[in-house]
Design a protein around this ligand. Structure first.
Ligand code: SAM
Ligand code: SF4
Length: 337
């Protein structure tokens, strides 16, 4: 097996499994984000319409077999990190089997899952047992009324029980993701960051991305990541890890405070990922409408499309700002974040 391979080294390399895929801009692509469903038990106002989504026909969605084939094809191209996301991945009936089989794919070294946490009380231990390495939990507020408002039907207590269940099951350190929303949780930046004292967890603040038309969560709701630095002058820079978050720390805290400046300062130069939607579309970039369908393909076909998607990764996505919407053409629940 060659140690490294780049798409510019010639077509014969395509026949072999490789340890590292490099795109046309010299970036190593080693991370697949797989959305296992676009359905969700919550309806976060910035992510999904109130009525949910128009449920697609079963036959339009990837089957479990297809998801596993896709993970195998990705691993053969040097992808070693896999994140399962959604929609809410834990509402998927066969999620434990998908996790177990994905974790067993040769070449997959890290299996992560992003969840709203509400189903973790009953599922955290089982997720650990089937090989999930890391959990990210989304939590935008610590106020029960605001939680019910932003999620349209969720209960804060359930999400917090989920967080504790994850820690009890051994998911340590955890990552908590909070979307920064002006006029909604800007006053809670200190309280959310203080979770890094209470729990062995990082708290990462994500800039709100303008995905589709959304009157309430458009331009006026956007807050730059720098709002976190203004709210918490005691933050000091922490050791930077691989990844998209810039890391800071509160004095003597157990975890880091991260800022993910997805809008104000994109990280395209270091992009290492491709995405696969639950309806079988490979996406070279979160904010592009370019999609490569793989539903119905066999292993070789999927692998070919994955090569194409890696080769098609743009240098950078079109500028995003509070006023300039993403070109993705999908809501976040249909991509996976
Ligand atoms: N349901 C799971 C959850 O909420 O963690 C996984 C899917 S959700 C689409 C993944 C992440 O995307 C969540 O952290 C969510 O807050 C974030 N997200 C959704 N819409 C967003 C937007 N417009 N801008 C920034 N982040 C967004
Ligand atoms: Fe569901 Fe996650 Fe979107 Fe909230 S952010 S509606 S929990 S998919």
């Amino acid at each position: 097996m060659p140690l490294a391979w780049s798409f510019t080294t010639g077509p014969t390399a395509r026949l072999e499994d490789i340890d590292m895929a490099v795109d046309t801009y010299g970036r190593e692509i080693n991370y697949l984000r797989l959305s296992v469903t676009d359905l969700c038990n919550l309806r976060c106002r910035y992510c999904m319409p109130e009525e949910g989504i128009c449920k697609k026909d079963h036959h339009e969605m990837l089957t479990e077999e297809e998801m596993i084939l896709a993970v195998q094809a990705a691993a053969s191209l040097g992808i070693h990190k896999l994140r399962l996301t959604g929609g809410e991945p834990l509402v998927k009936k066969n999620i434990l089997s998908i996790c177990e089989r994905s974790a067993a794919v040769e070449g997959i070294r890290e299996l992560c899952l992003t969840t709203n946490g509400t189903l973790l009380p009953q599922m955290a231990k089982a997720l650990k047992a089937v090989g999930v390495d890391r959990l990210n939990i989304s939590l935008d507020t610590l106020d029960p009324d605001k939680y019910a408002y932003i999620t349209r039907n969720g209960t804060l207590k359930q999400a917090l029980c989920g967080l504790e269940a994850a820690l009890e099951a051994g998911f340590e350190p955890l990552k908590i993701n909070a979307v920064l929303i002006g006029g909604f949780n800007d006053d809670e930046i200190p309280a959310l960051a203080e979770l890094t004292y209470r729990y062995p967890t990082d708290v990462r603040f994500i800039e709100l991305m303008p995905m589709t038309e959304n009157e309430e969560f458009g331009q006026q709701a956007y807050l730059p990541g720098s709002a976190v630095l203004s709210a918490l002058p005691e933050l000091t820079q922490a050791e930077q890890e691989d990844g998209v978050a810039k890391l800071y720390q509160l004095p003597d805290a157990r975890g880091n405070v991260g800022i993910i400046s997805a809008v104000s300062s994109h990280f395209c130069l270091d992009c290492n990922r491709i995405r696969l939607t639950a309806d079988g579309k490979l996406k070279p970039c979160l904010h592009s409408n370019q999609e490569f369908p793989i539903k119905g393909l066999d292993y070789d076909g999927m692998r070919r499309e994955m090569e194409r998607v890696i080769l098609s990764k743009p240098a950078c996505h079109a500028p995003l700002s509070a006023a300039e919407r993403s070109h993705a053409g999908r809501n976040m629940n249909q991509i996976g974040g």
